[in-house]
Design a protein around this ligand. Structure first.
Ligand SMILES: [Zn+2]
Length: 93
């Protein structure tokens, strides 16, 4: 019931990433492969953010886009950050 991804803050962070992903060249946080513009993606977050509210700016800054398939199958597996980009303007406030 307290999934941080359901919050307005989370949606803002995801919206800030959307044009960056759409422009291409953003690597999936999980597998490192570049996200194809138009492909479904989720905003992945550090494991420590699970079930914790509120979502702090520090945690949001560590969030990166991931393939939907990588995000949904990641439960319990190791976290291998491979992001090659930094948070776009608008994610931090
Ligand atoms: Zn991936």
């Amino acid at each position: 019931m307290s999934d941080p991804r359901s919050t307005r803050t989370w949606r803002r962070a995801r919206a800030a990433w959307a044009p960056v992903v759409a422009a291409g060249g953003v690597a999936c946080r999980r597998c490192g492969a570049v996200l194809t513009p138009g492909e479904p993606w989720d905003l992945g977050h550090p494991e420590e953010a699970h079930g914790r509210a509120p979502l702090t700016p520090e945690l949001l800054a560590a969030c990166r886009p991931e393939h939907v398939r990588c995000n949904r199958s990641a439960g319990g597996r190791g976290n291998t950050p491979t992001a090659i980009v930094t948070a776009p303007p608008g994610v931090l406030w």
